[in-house]
Write a protein that binds this ligand. Structure first.
Ligand code: ATP
Ligand code: MG
Length: 357
């Protein structure tokens, strides 16, 4: 059974269109991430699912139940959804136990059940020994775990998380991501997760929905989105990429700005194209097809981050850190290409991305 069905939802605030025709089904137990730049409409979509916003048009179903659409509107407290919002709030005047117990107290849960559920949520979030502390006696990460425990305590089937680890330092963020993912798997719940951090989205999601200017650009597994992006925006948003304008003809793509050098191409496109190559998909090799000059290289430990000049173009090449000792800045090099994505260069994308919200 599907957990969330979003049918052609659009949302405007006055004249401003914030979401356009969002249409998707989030499967039961699926970990979905809404990803996109700041202001693209992620929080708005989450607030619509939660019931804090009414869509301007479209319908929303939780399982088979219409909760928003037409004359129907089910308020947030009747939707049975757990949530942690961007500015997560734990109540300063309540200790950890009471904070976590809150959703159960307002539901008038019997005391024994309440205690058992709270203790379980505290245990899952590794908070048992902090039960009697007040929020001002906790670190930011511990407070964030309290907010998560409170969202989980009434065993929701659906959990909405809006940048729940954004306030944490890099190390803590990584361990929290891991914990959230473990909990989701263990409890088999559906999670809709919002972030603008692409690494986080890649690491956690079953499926990523990439949004720009309120328009869904692509929905797919991290692997699909990374390796088979549908347009240049998607290719650019996830990972690093070099865009090279060229002309596809006769089994190759010719690059005027790379001194007329060409790469073999047996795909369907012809005419003006934009090839996109990820820096890690270049490699140095004596029989590499592209000829250039190594202009700079930065040793970053695990990798060697290089710039290679080919004609009038400077391309970024990221190779194993070992290469740093083999290569001299200024030397002539040859580059092979492992993988290349090819898009039409017809100006349609630029037009689409110009949509103002
Ligand atoms: N109540 C509101 N009234 C008017 N405009 C709003 C309202 N809420 C959000 N917006 C606008 O809608 C757009 C989308 O906002 P939203 O909060 O959904 O973005 P977001 O993707 O979550 O961004 P961020 O990553 O910065 O949190 C923004 O341009 C924002 O200014
Ligand atoms: Mg937001």
């Amino acid at each position: 059974m599907a957990a969330v069905t979003v049918r052609h939802i659009s949302k405007s605030f006055g004249e401003t269109i914030v979401l356009r025709d969002f249409d998707d089904v989030f499967g039961d137990g699926e970990f979905i991430t809404l990803l996109g730049p700041s202001g693209c409409g992620k929080t708005t979509m989450l607030r619509i699912i939660a019931g804090f916003e009414k869509p301007t048009s479209g319908e929303l179903y939780l399982d088979d139940r219409l909760v928003s659409g037409g004359k129907t509107f089910v308020p947030p407290e009747k939707r049975g959804i757990g949530m942690v919002f961007q500015s997560y709030a734990v109540w300063p005047h309540m200790n950890v136990f009471d904070n976590v117990a809150y959703p159960l107290s307002i539901r008038k849960t019997p005391k024994a059940d309440l205690e058992a559920s709270v203790n379980r949520a505290l245990e899952i979030m590794h908070l048992t020994r902090y039960a009697q502390r007040f929020p001002n006696q906790l670190s930011g990460g511990q407070q964030q775990r309290v907010a998560l425990a409170r969202a989980l305590v009434f065993a929701p089937r659906l959990l909405l998380l809006d940048e729940p680890v954004s306030n944490l330092d890099a190390k803590l963020r990584e361990s929290m991501r891991f914990e959230i993912k473990e909990i989701q798997k263990k409890l088999g719940i559906t999670v809709v997760y919002v972030t603008h951090d692409q690494t986080e989205a890649m690491a956690m999601s079953d499926r990523i929905i990439l949004i720009n200017c309120g328009v869904v650009q692509q929905s797919g597994t991290p692997e699909e989105i990374y390796n088979r992006p549908v347009n240049q925006f998607v290719a650019d948003f996830l990972g690093k990429v070099e865009f090279l304008k060229g002309i596809a003809e006769n089994g190759k793509i010719l690059f005027p700005a790379m001194g007329g050098q060409a790469l073999p191409y047996d795909g369907p496109r012809t005419g003006k194209v934009e090839a996109a190559i990820r820096p890690e998909n270049f490699y140095f090799s004596p029989d590499g097809i592209l000829r250039g000059t190594l202009e700079t290289q930065y040793y970053l430990g695990d990798v060697d981050d290089c710039r290679v000049r080919i004609g009038d173009t400077l391309v970024r090449v990221i190779v194993n850190g070992y290469e740093y000792h083999r290569l001299q800045t200024g030397q002539a090099v040859r580059l092979g290409v492992r993988d290349m994505m090819v898009f039409a260069d017809d100006g349609l994308l630029e037009e689409m991305l110009r949509i103002q919200t």
